[in-house]
Design a protein around this ligand. Structure first.
Ligand code: ZN
Length: 238
């Protein structure tokens, strides 16, 4: 078998070069398709449309709190990866209990484990539980309110853990340049459809490991009558 070929441009490629060339071309096509299909669907204003992620109530824990709730020998395990690289829905759930002893079971812990304990709920959840959490950025727990977490290995009362997460958009520095925004800016977005809605005070969060995505909680998504197969239009800074 010949170990080289003469291609259209009359250059002679050895077999290894050809394989490399084909791999590179396939990669380029896949990347281009991906960019066009997901990241750079354009809206009428020429800017990329932003894929929607809907955050149901969920929990972030430290390793220490995880072990108090599940036992020292239980390992923290992933059930399925989330859209954002490195993040996952774990196999583990807890019951959250408010001050009136009303509780919500099967609240999932998201991974990886963090440096703080945090429970993100919707306002609907908060009213049901009888708590009044602040609307704030993830990780800003100064005004967060207490909840009790109950697991199979124990329970923990957390003094400052419950918040309603800010609406926010995850993006890279490259995306930020395209949209003309900076980390910490607030912006407006529009969702189309039968219950078309404009959301204001949407926080910009930048990290080069992230994929472009807006996160709304279930109250906001339900108000606009949308599911996760939705794209959101960027309207500009506040
Ligand atoms: Zn998010």
């Amino acid at each position: 078998m010949k170990n080289s070929c003469e291609c259209e441009d009359n250059r002679v490629y050895v077999k290894e070069d050809l394989v490399e060339l084909i791999v590179r071309e396939v990669q380029e096509i896949l990347q281009k398709d991906y960019a066009e299909s997901v990241l750079y669907k354009r809206s009428s204003n020429g800017l990329p449309l932003i894929p929607l992620g809907i955050s149901n109530r969920h929990i972030h824990l430290t390793q220490n709190t995880f072990h108090k709730l599940f036992g020292e020998n239980i390992e923290f395990e992933s059930m399925r990866p989330l859209y954002q690289p490195g993040e996952f829905a774990s196999k583990h759930t807890l019951t959250i209990v408010g001050p009136k002893l009303r509780s919500i079971p099967n609240v999932r812990i998201l991974g990886p484990l963090r440096k703080y304990d945090q429970v993100e709920v919707s306002l609907t959840d908060a009213i049901f539980l009888g708590i009044d959490p602040p609307v704030t950025n993830s990780g800003m727990l100064e005004n967060a309110v207490p909840l009790t977490l109950v697991g199979p290995g124990g329970s923990v009362y957390l003094d400052k853990c419950a918040i309603v997460a800010n609406r926010h958009i995850h993006m890279t520095n490259k995306d930020a340049e395209i949209f003309g925004v900076r980390n910490g800016d607030f912006c407006k977005v529009k969702i189309g459809g039968e219950k078309s809605t404009i959301f204001q005070n949407v926080l910009i969060r930048i990290n080069d490991n992230w994929l472009l995505q807006i996160h709304l909680d279930t109250d906001d998504a339900n108000a606009a009558n949308v599911r996760e197969d939705t794209y959101v239009e960027f309207l500009g800074k506040m």
